[in-house]
Design a protein around this ligand. Structure first.
Ligand SMILES: [Fe+2]
Length: 210
């Protein structure tokens, strides 16, 4: 056997806890990443671990696939995800989260896959597919993460929003200026209609309102 390996790293303008929220927010994959994902189904979820089935299309090789994914937090700085593919190939992903300041972090993803030795020459293609996937989904996730961090600082609460906006009152003095730590609270809250599983709501879109 041989190991295929790929590594991608980028910095994010929000605390790492917001990135953790984003990784555990299964609902957004069929909306924000509608070009890649067409369905997800949560089999089980408790505390920081979850078992989720996902259906998607891989970039570059345009292969439709699905996998059962187990994800858990090995430490506050490391999410581990194992995607069990239908062909018996498992993709192991380490998501390393490093604080670069109170409102900034670095996300480094290391992907490995054990394959028969004859498949080793395909490692450059494996890296291209993984790297493209990482950057495309990053570009879609980043505005959502930054927006969430921004409204969190203004006092946002899940399924309630901002009280001063709901009440149509003036923004309280100092709102958004005081540092309000983002909690690492898992699992993340779900909507009753789509929280346990959903299909892609559209095939094409110019703007995704998540
Ligand atoms: Fe995402």
């Amino acid at each position: 056997m041989a190991t295929l390996r790929a590594e991608c790293s980028l910095d994010m303008e929000c605390p790492k806890e917001v990135v953790v929220w984003n990784y555990y927010d299964h609902e957004h994959v069929v909306g924000t990443h509608y070009k890649y994902y067409n369905r997800f189904r949560i089999i089980a979820e408790r505390h920081d671990w979850c078992l989720v089935e996902r259906f998607y299309k891989l970039p570059i090789i345009h292969l439709r696939a699905s996998s059962m994914g187990l994800m858990f937090m090995e430490s506050p700085n490391l999410i581990r995800s194992i995607q069990f593919g239908k062909l018996g190939l498992d993709l192991h992903q380490e998501i390393h989260l490093e604080d670069l300041g109170p409102e900034r972090c670095r996300v480094t993803c290391v992907y490995t896959m054990e394959v028969p030795i004859l498949v080793k020459p395909l490692e450059p293609l494996f890296r291209r597919v993984i790297t493209q996937w990482f950057h495309d989904t990053w570009d879609e996730d980043a505005p959502m993460r930054i927006r969430r961090w921004k409204v969190w600082k203004l006092g946002f609460r899940d399924f309630r929003g901002l009280d001063y906006v709901n009440d149509k009152t003036a923004k309280p003095a100092g709102a958004g200026e005081k540092y309000r730590p983002y909690p690492m609270k898992l699992p993340v809250p779900k909507t009753p209609e789509a929280g346990r599983g959903a299909s892609r709501p559209f095939d094409t879109s110019v703007e995704v309102g998540y």
